[in-house]
Write a protein that binds this ligand. Sequence first.
Ligand code: FEO
Ligand code: CA
Ligand code: CA
Ligand code: CA
Length: 587
Amino acid sequence: LSAAGWHHGDLRFTPVPPNKDDALRIPNGYRSSVVVRWGDPVLPDAPDFDFDNQTAEAQAKQFGYNCDFVTLFEMGRNRGLLWVNHEYTDESLMFRGYTAATATPEQIKIALAAHGGSVVEVERVRGTGEWKLVTKGRRRYNRRVTAQTPMRFTGPAAGHDLLKTAADPAGRKPVGMLNNCAGGTTPWGTVLTAEENFDQYFVNGDKNNPNIARYTIPTNIQASNRRFDKVEERFDLAKHPNEANRFGWIVEIDPFDPDSTPVKRTALGRFKHEAATTSVSRDGRLVVYMGDDSRFEYIYKFVSKKRYIPGFDRHNRTLLDEGTLYVAKFSGDSPKEEIDGSGKLPVDGAFDGSGEWIPLVSGEESHVQGMSAAEVLIYTRTAADKVGATKMDRPEDMERNPVTGAVYVALTNNTARTPAQVDEANPRPANKHGHVLELVEGRNNGFAWSLPLVCGDPNDASTYFAGYDKTKVSPISCPDNLAFDRDGNLWISTDGNALGSNDGLFVTPTRGRERGHVRQFLTVPVGAETCGPMVTDDQRSVFVAVQHPGEIDGATPDNPASRWPDGAQPRPSVAVVWHGQGRKIGS
Ligand code: FEO
Ligand code: CA
Ligand code: CA
Ligand code: CA
């Protein structure tokens, strides 16, 4: 029995089989509903959604596009604030006849307003696990954050020359956030939201600047560019070269203060941020785990200098401005010739080993030769290259198991890894299906690690399900967002299922005889990735974000690939799933 008195074997639902249905499929006995959709009013004076007559003014007050990270701040048993990231826009599905070359200024402004995040008040349907959007009354917390919301920088790089622009000569007041993918929450009740692929919004980066290349920022105008520069000149780096340095950060937002200014915390470094999972270390410091989701990028963590003091809000809200940023180096414990790329386990029976956290910068002090502290924070990728960190297979979400304390990382895939580039932590060449890594913190910046899951079709010899009987598991491909329930079961959502079926949400126990028994809990409609997920503390509800339904090559509003959830144009939405008899999620 776990601490909560619930046996891991109590995950008794019948798995949802792989499918290509244009529907949210859930196990027998469960129910689902859509909580909030793209275009639903967020601010009380927002107009109703009108697909064919959308305006930027309306969009800035309505729920944004592609929903990713989801978290619920409960306010008593039946009320809560839902925070949702709006990662990116897909204009070819948002507007009829759209091409980047012919985009109108109004369409571009709609896209700017559809990015960012939303705070919406939700209420429980009493006695059930269903949550609904509050649609009446003042809704004082409801808020939209967009690519145009005024923000501020804090931490060691705030005010640095590399962050200064014509519009902000002090380098302290960035505007907007972009491509917010996964995230986390702090113990003091704020959201950490991670700016990921911010490079795509810019044009005309300096091709002679190695930092532009290191962050894959376009050096011309590409066909895929959204042309934000047509309505806001700052996105043209030929005119405003430092503007791109003002994106790629972890942003802290207080959902309980709709007038608060979002804060870009420079001490947490700048890269294509995915996760921002917090925990408190044994000696009381705040730890933030973060991935950089590109091929051959790194895993990071930040550790605050000062200790977290429960209840001392003013003090705690300074913790993310001073501390040490580390990057991870993984070493395998098996002979190199046993990691032969076949997926066969090494003789010791595990892909595993030890590792170390290499410090990059502590406050104003750089640990990287030839780079100042601010440069390490602004060009973190370059700093990590210099210290020999381990190049991973696209680190996506990270989460900490609340029962065991182990930290899990989703390594979603990396088809570019060659046989010569495999190592024990990334053991498969042309890694189409990804894997999951477990990390157990040790002493003196050391850690132990292992791979509990190497994903794919269980009939594929290169897969591994923690030693569990592979005839009894669900196929799983491209793990992305992770979550734990209070009992320590790991929930895994997928993005880009390379086995050909729709993406889904899976769960596996992480301890005991059932470790590795992966089961598919739900599947999302055609073209969508599964985001969130978020299991409530009472384990009666699981929220999932259904991101980009209908996003299939060639799909358009006149030829939609999905009609979820309304039977009309597809709309990225957050859904909630609960058991019809009020049982725990997974039972
Ligand atoms: Fe936005 Fe790395 O997924
Ligand atoms: Ca080994
Ligand atoms: Ca992701
Ligand atoms: Ca992904």
